[in-house]
Design a binder for this molecule. Structure first.
Ligand SMILES: [Zn+2]
Ligand SMILES: [Zn+2]
Length: 82
């Protein structure tokens, strides 16, 4: 099951499970759209992953399959934005 992380790994912005501005790679690295499109230019150096829009999990499924609450942030911040 796709892990719906609660924040951008780059700038720590909150990303709700229903957000259409959440971007994700095949390893489930998760970013806000602003970071994915500008700072990272569609790629995350850690994994070289292609970032695509994260699909929304419908609210009635979230009750049974809740989003992750574990915040994951890159140590030292977003490399490209620095
Ligand atoms: Zn961000
Ligand atoms: Zn990744």
């Amino acid at each position: 099951m796709l892990q719906l992380r609660p924040n951008c790994e780059c700038c720590d912005a909150d990303l709700a499970p229903e957000s259409t501005d959440a971007m994700i790679c095949s390893f489930e690295c998760t970013f806000c759209r602003a970071c994915a499109e500008t700072a990272l230019a569609g790629r995350w150096p850690n994994c070289g992953g292609e970032l695509v829009r994260r699909p929304i999990r419908p609210a009635d499924r979230l009750a049974r399959f809740p989003a992750s609450t574990e915040r994951k942030v890159k140590a030292g911040g977003c490399p490209a934005a620095a």
